[in-house]
Design a protein around this ligand. Structure first.
Ligand code: NAD
Ligand code: MG
Length: 378
């Protein structure tokens, strides 16, 4: 039985992680959970899973009598403090946004393995996370479906270094839309993802392909692969989750139905594999797997993310902070959909970048970039 802390337990990845725990009795014990503000959901989950420690960013008005035996931790830094107090074997980071960075660093400090869903941690502080993992000799198991696929394909590398990574992308709801229609897309259109059901922030990120940009940066750090050897291919069926190409031209791919419980379960049970609970892949039924180059004219976010990665230092952190501000402004109805990428572009231009040597550097850059992006979004 492995002990687990689940950060962001009430969200899309968090609840699917709990589904995997439920489906495998006796394998995992959830000893800690955090959420942002959904107290009633956390109370229900705490009754079901009986963790020793719970954390919330926003302190609720009261803790129910029957849950007072749990150790409660509140505040912006609840993830880090919960991870330190729980000392679970595994920490799964399913929080959204830059809050995932200190949480991931704490996981590498106090736990045995980091099960990483929160890609923003690597985008904002990839060097810090990978550096700490290397110093501590602790594994990072990717939960993001593309990175899980690459991780699995790389296990067949024998003595060869891979030549390139091919990240697949669904293309999102606007793959076939005209530029002017994408510019003015409504919130409902944006939130209607064709193949995956996810939290609102990442769903917006998928619609303008910012998500794929974040994933290129994530892949660079996780697999130590330079930017020019990470390709992106649009694959609308979301069956091939990603691929690795070797020097002899052989390409290995990992396939499966689009169900996040598969990569979550893979990371949780690694190096074992759990029995499939979800629907199995039926390729005859799928019939067609298609691939196309991404259109960076209609979806310039991918170019911007590559630019940020090439500049390095704190530029990916600036890219991420501007995006978080712009996505929030879009979801509040304050800006057009097309403005998100322009805000990222302008923030990257205006915000001074530098080196990232510490969490403080990330926090400083993040705050400056957020202020600039918010000013543009006004
Ligand atoms: P979500 O919005 O559905 O859920 C976020 C969860 O985190 C909620 O439980 C929320 O209460 C909690 N939370 C937010 N901020 C917090 C904080 N500061 N401290 C503690 N808890 C906090 O988001 P999601 O779609 O589950 O995505 C989570 C992460 O996983 C993101 O980084 C996303 O990019 C990544 N991811 C998600 C998917 C997916 O299918 N949903 C796939 C790949 C990667
Ligand atoms: Mg992904």
């Amino acid at each position: 039985m492995r002990t687990m802390a689940i950060l962001g337990a009430s969200g899309s990845i968090g609840t699917q992680t709990l589904d995997v725990v439920r489906a495998n009795p006796g394998k995992f014990k959830v000893t800690a959970m955090t959420v942002n503000s959904r107290a009633s959901v956390l109370f229900e989950l705490a009754r079901e899973f009986q963790p020793a420690i719970c954390g919330m960013v926003h302190e609720p008005d009261l803790i129910p009598e029957d849950l007072k035996h749990i150790e409660w931790i509140f505040g912006e830094d609840c993830n880090e403090r919960v991870v330190e107090a729980a000392k679970a074997q595994d920490v799964l980071t399913a929080v959204v946004g830059a809050a995932g960075l200190p949480a991931s660093l704490a996981a590498l400090e106090y736990s045995e393995r980091l099960l990483l869903a929160n890609k923003e941690a690597l985008v904002t502080g990839g060097e810090l996370v990978m550096g700490l993992a290397a110093r501590k000799g602790k594994p990072i198991l990717p939960v993001d479906s593309e990175h899980s696929a690459i991780f699995q394909c790389l296990r067949a590398k024998d003595h060869n270094e891979p030549e390139s990574i091919i990240l697949t992308a669904s293309g999102g709801p606007f793959r076939t839309w005209k530029a002017e229609d994408i510019e003015n897309a409504g919130i409902e259109d944006v939130l209607r993802h064709p193949t995956w059901k996810m939290g609102p922030k990442i769903t917006v990120d998928c619609a303008d392909m910012v998500n794929k940009g974040l994933e290129v940066i994530e892949a660079k750090h996780l697999f130590g692969m330079p930017e020019d050897r990470i390709r992106v291919l649009v694959h609308p069926q979301s069956i091939v989750h990603s691929m690795v190409e070797f020097r002899d031209g052989c390409v290995l791919a990992q396939l499966g139905v689009p169900d996040m419980r598969a990569p979550i379960a893979y990371a949780m049970a690694f190096p074992e594999r759990l029995p499939a609970r979800a629907e199995r892949l039926d390729l005859a039924k799928t019939a067609m797997l298609t691939f196309e180059e991404p259109d960076t004219t209609r979806f310039p976010a991918l170019k911007l993310a590559r630019e940020a990665l090439k500049q390095g230092g704190s530029m990916p952190c600036i890219f991420n902070a501007a995006n978080e501000i712009a996505v929030a402004a879009f979801l509040q109805g304050k800006i057009r959909f097309g403005a998100i990428v322009r805000i990222i572009d302008m923030t990257m231009e205006k915000c001074e970048s530098g080196n990232i040597d510490s969490l403080e550097d990330v926090r400083d850059t993040d705050a400056r970039a957020r202020a600039i992006a918010a000013g543009i979004a006004e």
